[in-house]
Ligand binder design. Structure first.
Ligand code: ATP
Length: 226
């Protein structure tokens, strides 16, 4: 069974004269443990697709099937729980709470999941060790370098042992050396823990490291290179 399958996804924005069809019927499936790059030009529909895959947005028509279950049937509180338990997000718009400490930021998904405070401290510490930031756990999130902030985001994304990590341009704002470290972290998680990676990127090198590339052009999947 595929971890995620999408069938004939369409997503339009606006109505009538201002309507824009951002996705025009996209179908594919992703198996557990794959690393998938979603690539394509600016405005092609990559983020739209990613948000629908991550159950942050709903398609105008078509279906997302998560672990064999229709996503349209997952609603309300259960939707929050499924998202929190199954996914980790490395998105620029889900940036950290700048005033809170690194530890508090990484603890957040565990708090939402209702894990006891002792257990969540231990899990958060493990995640911070994995990204080599355990020495910065008391720092305010704002008082970190760009690469360190991105590593905190990854720690927060992996702290809940998610099945899938969604990353939107995870190395976009970083220098080459730091970007390579972040890439390595993500691919180590994929290889060692079997976490499925779904990455939106303009970076050809990062895309080529993924086991698959899904190319979107004008709202359609134009080629899939395995
Ligand atoms: N809320 C919205 N209302 C209207 N149009 C939108 C909205 N969000 C996205 N679009 C349009 O849908 C198309 C796809 O946008 P999307 O953000 O998915 O592209 P993208 O491939 O991720 O682009 P980029 O690489 O620049 O981030 C674009 O033409 C965009 O202008």
């Amino acid at each position: 069974m595929s971890i995620i399958e999408v069938r004939d996804l369409k997503r339009s924005y606006g109505k009538q004269a201002t309507r824009f069809d951002a996705l025009k019927g996209v179908s594919f499936s992703i198996e557990e443990g794959e690393s998938v790059a979603i690539i394509g030009k600016s405005g092609s529909g990559k983020s739209t697709l990613m948000h629908i895959l991550a159950l942050l947005d709903q398609p105008t028509s078509g279906e997302v099937i998560l672990n064999g279950e229709k996503a349209s049937a997952i609603k309300g509180r259960r939707l929050d729980q499924v998202r929190n338990k199954t996914f980790g997000f490395v998105f620029q718009q889900f940036f950290m709470n700048a005033k809170d400490s690194v530890m508090t930021n990484v603890l957040l998904p565990l708090k939402i999941a209702g894990i006891s405070s002792k257990e969540r401290r231990k899990m958060a510490l493990d995640a911070l060790k994995a990204v080599e930031l355990d020495d910065k756990l008391a720092n305010k999130a704002s008082d970190l370098s760009g690469g360190q902030k991105q590593r905190v985001c990854i720690a927060r994304a992996l702290v809940n042992n998610p099945k899938i990590i969604f990353a939107d341009e995870p190395t976009g704002n970083l220098d080459t050396a730091t970007g390579e470290k972040i890439e390595k972290l993500l691919f180590d998680l994929n290889r060692d823990k079997g976490i499925t990676l779904i990455i939106v990127t303009h970076d050809d090198e990062l895309a080529s490291r993924c086991s698959r590339q899904i190319r979107i052009k004008d709202g359609l999947l134009i080629e899939e290179v395995a």
